[in-house]
Design a protein around this ligand. Structure first.
Ligand code: ZN
Ligand code: ZN
Length: 138
């Protein structure tokens, strides 16, 4: 049995999974989430700081919801997160569209491609052929 202190109220509870919150605190966080979502829907240009003060939730918690794609903001909203891939401002999730596309194609391509070693020049090769070859590859 995994007994932990609730991060919200400090009470001991039976930890199962997810955030370390007792059922009561998890429920109230969920309720708060619904209120926050509603509020942002009605005030699309609200700032994170204001949401944090109105609802007494931490900015970290708001960002967490955005990262989980549970909250999103309109394109002209002041609220933004940094893409974890390239750092541009995004409205929801963890990555911008470009990085998501890159990730979809394979995780490694998120990093710059290693510079390909040039083939050692073959003296027997016709220099004109090599020129054409390079052009074709570009
Ligand atoms: Zn609690
Ligand atoms: Zn990005």
């Amino acid at each position: 049995m995994d007994v932990r202190n609730c991060k919200g109220c400090g009470k001991l509870f039976n930890y199962l999974q997810g955030p370390p919150l007792c059922p009561a605190c998890a429920k109230s966080l969920d309720d708060k989430f619904d209120e926050v979502k509603e509020y942002i829907y009605e005030h699309p240009r609200v700032e994170m700081q204001e949401v944090s003060e109105v609802f007494n939730v931490s900015i970290a918690q708001i960002k967490q919801w955005i990262r989980e794609e549970r909250l999103s903001f309109s394109d002209d909203s002041m609220i933004g997160l940094d893409c974890e891939g390239c750092g541009v401002s995004i409205k929801t999730g963890r990555y911008c569209k470009a990085c998501k596309d890159r990730l979809a194609r394979g995780f490694e391509s998120l990093y710059p491609k290693p510079v390909l070693k040039q083939r050692p020049a073959d003296p027997r090769e016709n220099p004109r052929m090599r020129f054409l070859d390079r052009d074709r590859n570009n």
